[in-house]
Design a protein around this ligand. Sequence first.
Ligand code: ADP
Ligand code: MG
Length: 193
Amino acid sequence: MFTPENLIDTVKRFDEKIQTNKDYLSELDTPIGDGDHGNNMARGMAAVMETTLEGSLFDEFKTIAMTLISKVGGASGPLYGTAMLEMAKASKETNDPETILRAGIDGIEKRGKAALGEKTMLDLWIPAVDALKEGTLTSELLTTLTDNTKELIATKGRASYVGERSKGHIDPGAMSSNYLFQSMIEAGVFAHE
Ligand code: ADP
Ligand code: MG
């Protein structure tokens, strides 16, 4: 389950992975985008790390959401931010990760008007949460899901401008989302008591 403590741990781990892999994320965004995804996420997560996360799950998710929405230029800020805002709302009713993450998916879908198979972060989030439900979510699966985005042709976001030529490249937002889910695994969010 999500707790205020393991959400803070998740955020710290996510920030570390984003800062370490900032150049890699921007490299992934170069052939199919504008090469800024690493910088966008690094700036946003650095700003989140400067906030004080405290209070309930709702308070923490909301602070993360507002910071990402206000500090990240590019599509990913409002998308991650909206996900976190919907997760904040859901966390008022439950601490169940599957329910909370599904609310995040709904937020991304609404904000980005994308669906599964359009080569976006949703191609990581949706199958990862399905696997969580089945009890099969592992780091290895996250790697497979990220690699699977190579085969997809982008029909939403900046990568849709290159159309067919987006094939063969990992979606940068799927890669950063992999780091988020990996951080949740490491922080014990999905551990059974
Ligand atoms: P920008 O595309 O504005 O430069 P980023 O480079 O930070 O923003 O983020 C790009 C990532 O955002 C993509 O790799 C993709 O995963 C995600 N993305 C872009 N558009 C959408 C959308 N409409 N729905 C869901 N995710 C999207
Ligand atoms: Mg970009």
